[in-house]
Write a protein that binds this ligand. Sequence first.
Ligand code: ARG
Length: 458
Amino acid sequence: MRLWGGRFEGGPADALTRLSVSVQFDWRLAPYDLMASRAHARVLHRAGLLTDDELSRMLDALEDLDRDCRSGAFRPTVADEDVHTALERGLLERLGSLGGKLRAGRSRNDQIATDLRLYLRDHVRHIVSRLVELETALLNQAEQHADTPAPGMTHLQHAQPVSFGHQLLAHVHAFTRDIDRLRDWDRRAAISPLGAGALAGSSLPLDPQAVARELGFDSAAANSMDAVADRDFAAEFLFCAAMIGVHLSRLGEEIVLWASQEFRWIEMDDAYSTGSSIMPQKKNPDVAELARGKSGRLIGSLTALLTVLKGLPLTYNRDLQEDKEPVFDAVDTLLLVLPAVAGLISTMRVNTARLAASAPDGFALATDLAELLVRKGVPFREAHEAVGHLVVWCQVNDKTLEELTDEELAKVSPHFTSEAREVLNVPGALAARSAHGGTAPDRVREQIIALREIVDAQ
Ligand code: ARG
């Protein structure tokens, strides 16, 4: 069954049919297409184009079709070009020629744009819920480790000690921005294309604003050509998804490092690690690696859609059918990855003793020593130089900064009296970084409270 047979002699070539068919992937839009059809039926009725009796039979049939779609009693066939074609067939099977009245005043062009917006607005809510679960898992771990010192790194080299909780919270901040972006995205996605018809609107007395309201949109599109041509909402969603992917990938990369023999910062729960088919001893961080790897397909989906869109003239072009698979794949990918990463985080055991012991490694307290000199009036430039020399001396003599005697320190600068020893300890170094945003455990605990409030409101 086709929706466009009238002016053609003979049927389409097999090769065309195979190229053109989209029902194998757009069928998941069926519930949203039916929702939009119910709203459209009411608008036709209000316009005097369906009688009371026709409307009630139409709504009953749509209800019945919806039930059968959900139960699997009604399925698309290979002969159905797309979701709209399949559902019109279902309606005709239930209503006979009355079913053919629903197509008045609308086109697959405004329908598909509406369906995809409805689908995405719905699924973004699920994605946000999964993000909140991940944030909560990170917050709970951060709460346990506000006071756990860890090596803070830049360039993957020991830099300055930090609270391990502070590091976990850094990831939470990234995910709160992702949710904020999705909420902001929804404002722009909440525009209904229905009523635009093929491109120019309809000569029938329809009411696009009423349909928009009924479908939970903020308003109907102000320009019918933009309504059917615009896929910004899909591209923007894919950017949001790719950004989440990048955040998951960076977290995943850290977990891979932390779980390695060289770091041994965390022990992954058995339920969230995998083994090797040949090496009996192996315990692998596949969840973290898949989180990292799947960011590739999220970025690819964004690139794919932007590339499809970039040369299209207004308005609808069949190229736009290529919008759906990247969007669906991104939704599926996020809904698959997020719960696994949340589970990995909430069940991992942190090797507190090892983190604390390695926090001062790599002369990580050198900045604290230089800042002590600054507090005594030494220009930072000179303090930096002096402590640099001290580090070299320590390397040559195989000593850590903490092991230096008062005499050894005094040789570097007369300012290094016994207070130097007070700054050469990790808890002191953490507590000293107490300005807003710093890693002091008290600040970290405040951050947790503030973030919990943000996450609760998300
Ligand atoms: N399957 C099409 C899509 O996904 C539906 C719209 C088709 N419209 C048309 N005029 N051929 O974009």
